[in-house]
Design a binder for this molecule. Structure first.
Ligand code: MG
Length: 345
């Protein structure tokens, strides 16, 4: 017998978080707890994104049906059956399904008394550093945020772009942080021609890649940019679920998968392998998420080329703790508890 509950929380962000299409000051998280008869509790969470058609209200609307699937299946170890039946129950709503998938994985690993990475057979020392994201703001605030990130020891920053000040922003960041690894994310803001000329000029600042230069609904534009770009191209909004991978495979170098887009941890693992089969590099990114969901994504780190799992680092006050990320390094090896490591503080 499993018992389930969920709770909606509004969590303020440390800084207003600006991207090309919007700015947010708080994040809505719906946490899910699934408890077995021995009192072990699996923890998960949804951070819905309106861009993908979800809100906290839609998550709350479908969770009773999704949790009914889990209760009906009864044994959380039937992860494949649970994820398949959840997809059959609500075809969209990936963040809601992800919350339940994460909680089930956490509970399974707790029942087996192992950290989640061991369930997947992964080496926790083969980890990497998450980037820390500098959201769009006025130049002075972006400079302050960058300085604060450096003081916290971050050596990989992801800079939000997609404005008419993009070159100024990167010039300022490089001035403040000459030695860090830099990623840039335009969040669909450029036209294809604009993207090619911007990337030409941005390349002088030693960026590792450019993420989502053009709108997701312009695959021809993405191809145009990919064929002409002097920097590697990552896609995020263009790639949500597994069937998107073959569609973008000859138009990018890196796919940025997110649990809140793909709807579950098993789907995420399948996407990683599928991307590899297409010769792509893999990043796991996130929304402005709590440790309640990021802890699970951290266990994928040994399979990734890039991690952008800084959600909890952007929150002013996360009620959950998870996998430690000192200076951004995802420290799986020192995790001393079973499951994902997510716990209510
Ligand atoms: Mg992105």
């Amino acid at each position: 017998m499993l018992s389930t509950e969920f709770q909606r929380r509004t969590i303020p962000l440390e800084y207003a978080f600006g991207i090309a299409r919007e700015t947010q000051t708080e994040t809505e998280v719906v946490t899910v707890h699934i408890e077995d008869e021995d009192g072990r509790v699996g923890i998960g969470a949804a951070t819905p994104s309106a861009h993908y058609g979800e809100t906290a209200a839609t998550v709350e609307a479908v969770l009773p049906d999704l949790l009914a699937v889990v209760e009906d299946v009864g044994d959380p170890l039937h992860l494949e059956r649970i994820e398949r039946r959840m997809r059959e129950t609500v075809r969209r709503n990936p963040a809601a399904r992800a919350a339940v998938s994460i909680a089930c994985h956490d509970l399974v690993a707790k029942q087996l008394d192992i950290p989640l990475y061991r369930y997947w057979g992964l080496d926790p020392t083969n980890t990497l550093e998450t980037s820390y994201t500098i959201g769009l703001d006025d130049l002075e605030t972006m400079r302050e945020k960058t300085t604060a990130a450096l003081e916290r020891g971050h050596e990989t920053l992801k800079i939000k772009l997609g404005t008419d000040r993009d070159l100024e922003i990167i010039e300022m960041i490089r001035d403040v942080a000459p030695d860090v690894r830099l990623y840039a994310d335009a969040n669909e803001a450029w036209t294809p021609r604009e993207a090619v000329s911007r990337i030409d000029r941005l390349a002088a600042y030693d960026l590792e890649f450019i993420e989502q230069p053009v709108p997701a609904d312009d695959p021809a534009g993405l191809q145009f940019v990919y064929e002409r770009s002097v920097l590697p191209i990552a896609v995020d909004e263009s790639c949500s679920t597994l069937p998107d991978i073959p569609r973008v495979a000859d138009r990018c170098d890196i796919v940025n998968l997110k649990l809140m887009k793909c709807g579950g941890l098993r789907e995420a693992v399948r996407m990683i392998h599928t991307a590899r089969a297409h010769g792509l590099e893999v990043m796991c990114g996130c929304m402005t998420e709590s440790h309640a969901s990021i802890a699970a994504a951290c266990h994928l780190a040994p399979m990734l080329d890039y991690a952008d799992l800084d959600g909890p680092l952007l929150l002013a006050d996360d009620p959950y703790a998870g996998v430690a990320m000192p200076s951004g390094r995802i420290d799986l090896a020192s995790l001393e508890r079973a499951g994902t490591g997510a716990r209510l503080e």
